[in-house]
Design a binder for this molecule. Structure first.
Ligand code: ATP
Ligand code: MG
Length: 590
């Protein structure tokens, strides 16, 4: 497994060419690539020798040689044919291995690259499209990685060898076939120029199709509930029709290329029989040589076809590569820091923080506050005012446009992201569950967390009954969207995740949906436990939540409407908080 540090492109060249990619991903497999080259040379040699053996057989037979000699030649022929087959199977095995290893490494690098991009990137690129990029486009490169150089070089050698051998028999035969080969390759090249853009268009249509499909499949409940099935299916048909159209066009144009190669070689075959026949009749060459000329013309089909196919694959790979490069060219705007956050509770400082998702439209205006380690802040404000945005800034999913955020006295920009995300635990409004076991959902795939600890935490949160109902305990698989779990259970599970991480700052973005009183009580208790000895920021959608906080921050369109100790604000009849409390928090829940 490659480590993140080995990820090359983010730090170095953003626009690798096909050749730098090839060199980079083949270097670790140099040995295998050399074996592949050796196998290729062996196959070329064997392929050239086979017709030679047949010629010897024909000539021996026509010149009345002994039976023993004929049998010996026949056995040699069989052995060579068998070894050729074995070599070609071995070559396929090694080539596939090299290709898959290289593309998997590239996939890993691309995935890691995507994970480092800003959240904005994911709002403009659908997951389906990214899957198509990381999987589909990279898949197109497999053949290029494994075979391109070796096949093109190997087949060129084969063609040169063939022509050299034919020239040895008679230069006219060699010259005629060299002409045919040249014409064949030129025609191919022309045809490829036409087929490249067709392939690019086909891949794009397919990426769009997957993007559409992914998005719709992840929202099946809403789609069915709103009766939009027919609309979705119409979209599906439209896109799949487009994919079929583009694919067909690309395939037809590509196959015209291959067919013309075939046609040219038929002409070559006819030509070789004519020239060979003429030379035989004029007594210049033997019957075996006539066969040899014909056999070599037939052998020529394969290298020309393969070179053509490789060139076509290169175009396909190039189309994929162009999109892979565009993806690699995307840059995350966050620059990772190097400092660790101190252990224990973390103090929080915001100093004149401004932030907007779009440059001219600030969501947070001049936000300042100080929260000592171990204290708890409640954040209030109407929907869409920027409460969750504050949480996102604290997790450094974005950097403020102006101002500084400090945790434990450290400017967030100087803190290593791994340390930050280790020390800050967040429970978001929408719980993200993975299609994985309960264990992996709790530990977030961190194998250091022991089962015993998970069971304790689940019991503490009152989730033990829920766990007991699952068929396979911690090994039971959860659905990706939390289907099969109640909203309360999903939230408690999210709390359990944070408990297991022992963070120094806990951010709770309360779900705005209402839960039944019993679940709510359990969640309240869980929150109390979670905040013990830690700094807490609670984005409150319920008045009850405010009872445990020391400080209150109320946001409005102008920025901070109110900030202070809860006890002081509640005691002041003119404060916004008192107004809220007296109306029973109707505004709060709007
Ligand atoms: P709620 O109480 O409904 O959870 P909130 O106070 O948490 O609301 P935020 O999620 O912080 O609201 O959003 C603040 C504003 O920023 C909203 O107007 C929202 O439309 C906008 N916004 C949020 N995320 C993005 C984004 N990725 N790109 C652009 N605008 C965004
Ligand atoms: Mg929110």
């Amino acid at each position: 497994m490659r480590t993140p540090a080995a990820q090359p492109w983010a730090e170095r060249s953003a626009q690798p060419t096909a050749w730098t990619l090839l060199a980079h991903y083949l270097r670790p497999q140099l040995q295998r690539a050399l074996i592949l080259g050796a196998l290729m040379l062996a196959t070329v040699g064997l392929e050239l020798s086979n017709p030679q053996i047949l010629r010897a057989f024909i000539d021996s037979a026509t010149q009345g040689s002994t039976m023993d000699r004929l049998v010996t030649i026949a056995i040699v022929f069989l052995v060579v044919a068998l070894v050729t087959q074995i070599a070609s199977v071995a070559e396929t095995y090694v080539a596939e291995n090299v290709g898959l290893t290289a593309t998997n490494a590239l996939r890993a690098d691309l995935t890691l690259h995507c994970l480092r991009l800003d959240p904005d990137f994911f709002t403009t690129h659908s997951p389906g499209e990214l899957i198509e990029r990381v999987d589909g486009d990279v898949g197109l490169l497999a053949n290029f990685f494994a075979r391109f150089v070796i096949h093109v070089v190997g087949n060129c050698l084969l063609i040169i060898g063939l022509i050299a051998l034919l020239v040895q028999i008679d230069w006219r035969v060699g010259a005629a076939l060299a002409g045919v080969v040249l014409l064949g390759l030129l025609t191919m090249d022309r045809l490829h120029r036409v087929s490249v853009p067709r392939w690019a268009a086909a891949r794009q249509a397919s990426a769009e199709f997957f993007g559409f499909l992914e998005e719709r499949l992840s929202g099946t409940e809403d789609i069915r509930a709103s009766g939009a099935t027919a609309y979705v299916m119409r979209g599906f048909y439209e896109r799949s029709r487009r994919v079929i159209g583009k694919d067909l066009l690309a395939i037809v144009v590509g196959s015209i290329g291959i067919q013309s190669a075939g046609a040219l070689l038929t002409i070559g075959g006819a030509l070789s029989i004519a020239v060979g026949g003429y030379l035989y009749l004029s007594g210049t060459i033997t019957l075996g040589s006539v066969y040899l000329i014909f056999a070599y013309t037939q052998v020529l089909t394969r290298p020309i076809e393969q070179i053509t196919r490789q060139m076509q694959d290169l175009q396909v790979a190039n189309a994929g590569l162009r999109r892979v490069r565009r993806l690699l060219g995307e840059r995350g705007s966050l620059i990772d820091g190097s400092h660790e956050l101190p252990s224990g509770g973390l103090s929080v400082d915001l100093e004149h923080v401004w932030f907007g998702y779009v440059a001219e439209d600030p969501v947070l205006r001049d936000l300042s506050l100080h929260l000592a380690a171990g204290q708890t802040l409640g954040v209030l404000g109407r929907t869409g005012i920027g409460k969750s945005t504050v949480a996102r800034l604290l997790l450094r999913l974005y950097d403020p446009s102006i101002g500084v955020i400090r945790l434990g006295g450290r400017d967030l920009r100087t803190v290593a992201l791994t340390s930050l995300r280790d020390r800050v635990g967040m429970v978001t409004q929408e719980i993200q569950l993975f299609h994985a076991s309960v264990r992996d959902n709790l530990s977030l795939f961190d194998t250091r967390v022991s089962d015993a600890r998970m069971l304790t935490v689940l019991a503490e949160l009152g989730l033990d009954e829920w766990l007991a109902r699952l068929p396979a305990g911690l090994d039971s698989r959860l659905a990706a969207d939390g289907a099969g779990m109640s909203a309360g259970e999903a939230q408690l599970l999210a709390f359990a995740r944070v408990f297991l991480r022992e963070p120094g700052l806990v951010i709770l973005d309360e779900a705005s949906s209402r839960l039944d009183p019993a679940t709510e009580r359990r969640i309240e208790q869980a929150i109390d436990r979670l905040l013990e000895g830690r700094t807490g920021i609670v984005i409150a959608h319920r008045l009850a939540t405010l009872e445990r906080v020391e400080q209150v921050l109320i946001l409005d369109r102008q920025g901070v409407a109110e900030w202070g100790r809860r006890a002081d604000l509640a005691a002041d009849p003119r404060s916004a908080l008192s107004a809220l409390l007296s109306t029973g928090g109707q505004d709060l829940l709007a």
